[in-house]
Ligand binder design. Structure first.
Ligand SMILES: [Zn+2]
Length: 78
């Protein structure tokens, strides 16, 4: 469809990871904010690809950065 209407199910929700109020912009219904969606995907790739050494360090640094972004936007990790 060429025309994009504001979807009825595009509501706000609290991210199930960091708890901040966000919007389901990705339409994935994962109940994750964009940052948590991104870092959980990186975390999955760490497990899937069995990263080690510098690759693992880089992936963990990216996760830490995304979590910091989520916290800066009002999220909270316990
Ligand atoms: Zn989040």
């Amino acid at each position: 469809m060429a025309e994009r209407h504001f979807r009825k199910n595009s509501t706000t929700f609290n991210c199930r990871s960091c708890g901040r109020l966000t919007r389901d912009i990705a339409g994935t219904n994962q109940q994750l904010c964009p940052q948590c969606d991104a870092w959980t995907m990186i975390e999955n790739s760490i497990l899937d690809e069995d990263l080690a050494g510098p690759d693992l360090a880089e992936a963990e640094a990216r996760i830490a950065k995304l979590k910091a972004e989520a916290v800066a936007k009002g999220g909270r990790f316990n």
